[in-house]
Design a protein around this ligand. Structure first.
Ligand code: PLP
Length: 444
């Protein structure tokens, strides 16, 4: 009997024994193509020699030095590398061990910033429906993924949720894409007005929405308007790039493609590429200076901040993404994956939308393409597709539709950037087989 506490207690997973390029191999020797990089983590595949060498070298020199006493060379180098490529005025990097910690740090930094500058009344956070920002209580409150929040609702702080920028479902008939982008962005202004402009601390959003919606990119102009509104009301813009960042969409930071920069951003997942658990929060010098010139102490921290081995691994990863051209490759291969998906599913009666950026792609299932009506969530199509694909040797990341029917089941693909054209074919074939098998088994 296993004493590991699995997430799904009714379906015990096989043991993963080996990682080889884009594949995971279980204890029986069965090979799985990692079409979602786990959960948009394994951007360089599972056996990158440079990252492995960086870890081995660092662990032999220095495994751990607590940041209460020391910084370390890998942490300093990694911070420099990230800031060299970060958009706008992002200037300081606060290391953590994962995405939820990075987002928690972002929220606490935003709050402390306003305390330091004498605006303690700023405490409200506005986020969007169909978003996910992590599973710890602080960020769970901010996330707009209602089923995840439900059981813990008595423990969560208040947060407001406005509409996502979700063209496939949100754009009205006859409305231009630009008008739609401004209409949904302006919901932010209305919510700031409703809460009281001086009481709002931050607006939180994923530039390209990941797990909760299946790689939904913003419409051009949306984030420019969001940036304007935040500036006008002195609200901090916190971008959650935990899933869409680190080259996944074809640029190191996803927001680069929207021509804006945040005040604070969170990264994780692809930063360690699965080789080490590491995340980071980046903020502007203005925010950092408020603390430096104020209390001089960020009232937050975790034991493994700036872990030298994790930082050495991430430095090797970010070097490959930038100087090694892997983020650019994600852009190129992402275009090819989109074309392959459109060729296969473009006329499929139950695929309503195929979208995304770079190697971050989503397909949304619908009962009816014309009306966009989703399948009933009770059918749990996403879980069935995940299981059928897994049986066929493909790891993908399907998620369910919502009960209020404003999003269908969807499948997220986020393969390693090293995948080849042949492997794109393998992903599309296996996914297509899994979707058709599942659809054939549901009542008409
Ligand atoms: N933010 C986003 C957008 C995510 O997709 C996730 C994880 O899926 C998180 C935050 C939380 O990251 P972690 O699971 O590393 O805590």
């Amino acid at each position: 009997m296993s004493h590991v506490f699995p997430r799904h207690t009714k379906s015990i997973p096989p043991l993963a024994a080996l990682g080889e390029g884009c594949y995971l191999i279980d204890e029986t020797g069965k090979r799985y193509f990692d079409g979602s990089g786990g959960a948009a983590v394994s951007c360089l595949g599972h056996s990158d020699p440079d990252v492995i060498a960086a870890i081995q070298e660092q662990v032999g020199k220095l495994a751990f030095a607590h940041t209460g006493f020391f910084s370390s060379e890998p942490a300093e180098d990694l911070a420099n590398l990230l800031i060299e490529h970060a958009p706008g005025a992002l200037d300081r990097v606060y290391f953590v061990s994962g995405g939820s910690e990075a987002m928690e740090s972002a929220l606490k930094l935003a709050r402390q910033y306003f305390l330091e500058i004498g605006e303690p009344q700023r405490r409200h956070v506005i986020a969007r429906r169909q978003s996910y920002h992590g599973n710890t209580l602080g960020v769970l409150a901010v996330g707009g993924n209602m089923w995840r929040r439900e059981p813990f609702s008595p423990l969560l702080m208040d947060a407001s949720h406005i509409s996502p920028c979700y063209e496939y479902r949100g754009r009205a008939e006859g409305e231009t894409a630009f008008d739609y982008s401004q209409r949904v962005a302006n919901e932010l202004e209305a919510e700031i007005q409703r809460l009281g402009p001086d009481s709002v601390m931050a607006f939180v959003a994923e530039p390209v929405v990941g797990a909760t919606a299946g790689a939904v990119p913003p419409v051009a102009g949306y984030f420019k308007r969001v940036r304007e509104i935040c500036d006008q009301y002195g609200v901090l813009l916190i971008l959650d790039e935990v899933m869409c960042g680190m080259g996944r969409t074809g640029t190191l930071f996803a927001c680069e493609q929207d021509g804006i920069a945040p005040n604070i951003t969170a990264i994780a997942k692809g930063l360690g590429a699965g080789y080490q658990p590491i995340g980071a929060m980046l903020c502007t010098d203005k925010i950092y200076s408020a603390i430096e010139n104020g209390s001089g102490f960020f009232q937050h921290g975790h034991t493994y901040i700036g872990h030298p081995v994790a930082a050495a691994a991430a430095k090797a990863v970010v070097t490959k993404l930038t100087k090694g051209g892997m983020a650019a490759r994600a852009m190129d291969m992402g275009g090819r994956l989109q074309t392959a998906l459109e060729d296969r599913f473009g006329q499929h009666p139950h695929i309503g939308d195929i979208r995304g950026r770079g190697l971050f792609r989503g397909l949304e299932l619908v009962k009816d393409r014309e009306t966009k009506v989703p399948f009933s969530p009770e059918l749990k199509l996403h879980a069935k597709i995940k299981a059928a694909a897994f049986r066929a040797g493909l790891i993908c990341y399907p998620m369910g539709g919502t009960v209020d029917g404003n999003i269908g089941d969807h499948v997220l693909l986020a393969p390693p950037f090293i995948l080849t054209d042949d492997q794109i074919g393998e992903v599309v074939d296996k996914l297509s087989g899994a979707i058709d098998t599942v659809l054939a088994g549901i009542p008409a």
